[in-house]
Design a protein around this ligand. Structure first.
Ligand code: C2E
Ligand code: MG
Ligand code: MG
Length: 411
């Protein structure tokens, strides 16, 4: 039985006192005695708000409760800026529990897992181990909220740095593009991930400056690789908020010219997380970029707003399928069907198709079967600093030859 060597601050919520007793007992058997229990979720939320967002490291919550259910509870947790990790437990059927889990992830709650009732001691032990990762693992640090003043300073001090993740042709294994993913090299907190500061930038009018910095760095990196014989297109994520000023295409062209990189080598990945403020301006800007040969990618396809309408109206070159339809598609008929349909549709529209979140060989094989063009994900490489890319390309090419020779890339 796996154990951990420190006490976690735990809260457990279930309307059934017997279940709570059982859980407390099981946690105690696993060496965890710092457990606060609540049979009333509203009282639990009040406690979280009272003691502060970081007081509890791990919250176990039942899905089916009278009063407020587990879903309402999640929503209220988000509002309280809860910074700990969440585990759902439930006796409901798999698809309902999965839907609840998806919802938690979509709201950026740190969902650690789902436990089925009756709770298995071994499964509970595994959850505890995952909740308290050993020092030195690459787990993301706790989610802190940053102020716009801090972010403003970070942009001015150039503390934002780019990581790059390759996109690989499935047919040949050739890496032809990289996606640029911004990180904040924070003086105290280490490497901070974009979900912790992109929303701050969008809310406080800093996204244009952030994008300019990321774009300039990405294009200089691309130019540097080209000088050393590595020709990779580079994809930069842009926010819908960047598409508010009509001179955005001119800014992009100026950055390309300054770096000496041809427009064909730049891809802009556009995600729509909210409804478009001004669809006419967006269409204007994206069409002008396209006229200048900048490539456009529709990111997170399948989860944004009105994706199909966007495909109809906007001049995209690349369809990038969200990772929630990719990883695990071989074992999940719903995911596979959506993946299949998206790839076919992209092909019929004459677009290049790419799947993100390709984590293992099964994911790769499904994509190969379905005729997807490109793969991006941990199976090929994690995002890395620009200087690591040439060595990765060499290593990957060798790895790919071996995988092909062994025949393991085919299903
Ligand atoms: P995205 O554009 O969809 O980027 C892909 C995200 O998936 C990245 O997270 C990447 O590290 C992660 N990822 C890559 N491979 C895998 C995999 O195999 N499995 C899983 N589970 N995840 C994988 P990251 O770097 O945390 O970025 C999150 C999001 O932040 C990005 O999602 C993008 O929307 C946004 N973002 C990143 N950089 C920028 C930027 O410069 N500007 C703007 N506006 N947004 C950015
Ligand atoms: Mg992207
Ligand atoms: Mg994406």
């Amino acid at each position: 039985m796996p154990t951990i060597d420190r006490q976690l601050r735990i809260m457990a919520i279930d309307d059934d006192p017997f279940e709570l007793k059982l859980m407390t007992h099981q946690l105690s058997m696993l060496g965890q005695d710092d457990v606060v229990v609540f049979s009333d979720p509203v009282a639990a939320l009040d406690r979280i708000e009272e003691v502060g967002e970081d007081a509890f490291e791990l919250v176990f919550c039942d899905l089916q409760m009278p009063g407020i259910d587990g879903i309402t509870f999640q929503r209220r947790l988000v509002r309280s800026h809860f910074g700990g990790q969440l585990v759902l437990f439930s006796g409901e059927d798999d698809r309902t529990v999965q839907a609840a889990a998806n919802l938690a992830r979509r709201q950026n709650l740190r969902l650690l897992g789902i436990l089925k009732k009756p709770i298995d001691l071994k499964a509970l032990g595994d959850i505890l181990v995952a909740a308290a990762p050993a020092a030195g693992t690459d787990a993301r640090p706790s989610r802190k909220r940053y102020s716009h003043e801090e972010l403003r300073r970070a942009i001015d001090q150039k503390e934002l740095i780019n990581y790059y993740q390759p996109k690989v042709l499935i047919a040949t294994g050739q890496p032809i593009e990289v996606e640029c993913l911004v990180r904040w090299q924070h003086p105290d907190d280490g490497l901070v991930f974009p979900d912790q500061f992109i929303p701050v930038a969008e809310e406080h009018g800093l996204i244009d400056d952030l994008t300019q910095l990321v774009l300039t760095n990405a294009l200089h990196q691309a130019a540097h690789w080209r000088e050393h014989g590595l020709s990779l297109r580079v994809a930069v994520n842009i926010s819908m908020d960047n598409l508010g000023s009509l001179d955005f295409p001119e800014q992009v062209m100026a950055a390309l010219e300054a770096a000496g990189v041809p427009a064909e080598s730049l891809i802009l990945e556009v995600t729509e997380s909210r409804l478009m403020q001004d669809p006419v301006a967006v269409l204007d800007i994206l069409t002008r970029l396209r006229l200048r040969r900048v490539r456009l990618s529709i990111d997170d396809f399948g989860i944004g707003h009105s994706s199909l309408a966007q495909l109809r109206d906007l001049p995209f070159d690349e369809l990038k399928i969200d990772r929630s339809f990719v990883h695990g598609a071989h074992a999940n008929p719903q995911k596979r069907a959506i993946l299949h349909g998206s790839i076919d549709m992209g092909r019929q529209l004459g677009m290049q198709t790419i799947a993100e979140g390709v984590e293992d060989i099964e994911d790769w094989r499904v994509l190969k079967d379905l005729g997807c063009d490109l793969a991006q994900g941990y199976f090929c490489a994690r995002p890395m600093p620009g200087e690591a890319m040439p060595a990765w390309v060499t290593e990957w090419k060798q790895r790919f030859i071996v995988l092909e020779r062994e025949g393991v890339l085919l299903s």
